[in-house]
Design a protein around this ligand. Structure first.
Ligand code: GRF
Length: 200
């Protein structure tokens, strides 16, 4: 399976996927990375891994429709089968979604549908979990549609909130779990155990 990754910042989830595929854990290959931030660590990681990186953003394409078309073209030209969002902070456009029906997944650092939606990213998610007094949070992999964090859920796993957790400790524990869980979920998609066409 040929993978295309969209990433904005650190790219640690992307790195986990690159490592797992290269170590032969999963019969898949990251063939292209797209990022909206040319100076991001995700771009450096892609280049270090020898994977083509495309900077596509409001700077390169001021019109959102053109940006969307270009992203869809880059992914198509690379022969991508599955698009994985890994800390991608921008909206995926309708053309890209139409080009890859049920083939775009995202990872979110909480148990959706709780703690998702517009403005719920990074530390804000974990702060909201702590403010709500939740005993359990987790990780969600879901299909991407037009609304933030709303597509059908592909897989979830729980992470316990521990006594004395603050945003930093909780975020770090969830992120570590994300790395393993995104890889594990990808493996289940590639093997056919998870069928992205039968989710709702
Ligand atoms: C992760 O917490 C992911 O769930 C969220 O953004 C973060 C990205 O981290 N969507 P990284 O860029 O993979 O290090």
């Amino acid at each position: 399976m040929r993978l295309g990754i969209l990433a904005s910042h650190g790219g640690s989830n992307m790195q986990a996927i690159i490592d797992a595929t290269r170590q032969g854990e999963i019969p898949a290959e990251v063939v292209v990375v797209i990022g909206n931030n040319a100076g991001a660590m995700a771009a450096t990681r892609a280049r270090d891994a020898g994977i083509p990186f495309h900077h596509l953003s409001g700077k390169t394409h001021p019109e959102f429709a053109e940006l969307d078309t270009e992203i869809a073209s880059v992914l198509s030209d690379a022969g991508v089968d599955l698009v994985m969002l890994a800390g991608y902070m921008k909206k995926v456009g309708p053309r890209t979604i139409a080009r890859f029906p049920n083939r775009i997944v995202n990872i979110h650092p909480a148990l959706l549908p709780k703690f998702g939606g517009v403005g719920m990213f990074g530390a804000r998610v974990h702060q909201a979990v702590l403010d709500a007094g939740e005993e359990v949070t987790g990780v969600t992999v879901h299909l991407v549609d037009q609304e933030y964090d709303r597509g059908p859920i592909v897989a979830q796993c729980e992470v316990k909130v521990q006594e004395g957790d603050d945003v930093e400790t909780l975020a770090a524990r969830v992120l570590e779990r994300e790395h393993a869980f995104y890889v594990e979920t990808l493996g289940r998609i590639v093997s056919g155990e998870l069928d992205l066409d039968t989710l709702n």
